[in-house]
Design a protein around this ligand. Sequence first.
Ligand code: COA
Length: 341
Amino acid sequence: MSAADSPASQGSKLPSNVRIAGTGSYLPEKILTNAELEILVETSDDWITSRTGIKERRIAAEGELTSHLAAKAAEKALEQAGIEAADVELIIVATITPDTLTPATACYVQQHLGALKSVAFDVSAACSGFLYALELARHSVGAGAFKNAVIIGAEKLSAFVNWKDRNTCVLFGDGAGAAVLVPSENGDGRILSSHLGTDGAQAELLNIPGGGAACPITIENADQNLAVLSMQGREVFKHAVNAMRRASEQAIESAGLTAADISLVIPHQANIRIIDAVVERIDIDPKDVFINVDKYGNTSAAAVAIALDEANRQGRINSGDKILLVAFGAGLTWASAVIEW
Ligand code: COA
């Protein structure tokens, strides 16, 4: 049984009268190349490129936090949507690298933006987080509870990576992406379907074991570097391909479409080999798949959001296009959505 067959998998077939009115993204200035990683750990550009497709990633400056990256991405999305921060009603930040355990990073983002009348909270669903936020926000806006919503995927993973562990440190990067949701009128764009899933039985495959109540960082364990990403890469790889394939098929089918109707796939950017394997299995032409993992590595909850913004600003999405978004991450979690632009 693949993860996406598990009972903890929920689809939403009803189209939402909600559209994406603006997108934005922000990447920190500092670029860390594979060549620079060769100095930090025993690795090579050739190994990283051939196993992952990653050539470089961005690293936030000291003092530049997840909330700062998130706010910069949100500002661009709001500008494109033509909505003032003061008029924002809902902010959802998807992140696994919050500024603080509490309050939510979304609260800091509300302050940075000056979106003072908004309700703001975080979701934690790892690399699927932006699509979990999309699902929550589209129902909230679609039901009329909020007039608009800013959803943001943002991560400062560099703060939670063991820079001595070559198995993980070559994979991750920092960044943020955002989208603004508003009610749609006269059929000007809709969210056609979505599919979310969770398999908590596999939680140990990819986690940050220390720093929570289960394993607080103390003087006794401080030298064990426990508040960093830990991963069983091969197992995660297999689950990722299966879950993203099933989630993609379910969202396309729920939208009443076939793979041939999809103009562009925007997958989670973890590893080019995972993306290639999923795309081959769902029978999509590789030229219709948006890729930027080479530039940014895996930015977890930010990855789909950044890719959506880049695709949008590069003119790869036109009115009426049907777009498939699909992600997979720690939890395990997976998520997909089909959007009519
Ligand atoms: N540079 C050089 N060698 C490395 C390395 C690195 N950065 N990282 C691992 N290796 C070594 C391993 O130590 C191992 O050596 P050994 O055979 O002597 O023990 C060898 O390369 C093979 O390791 P393995 O883990 O089997 O490689 P792989 O082909 O599975 O690729 C990943 C490793 C992590 C790239 C791959 O498993 C993967 O992408 N998994 C999914 C990760 C992911 O996307 N996670 C996030 C999901 S949201």
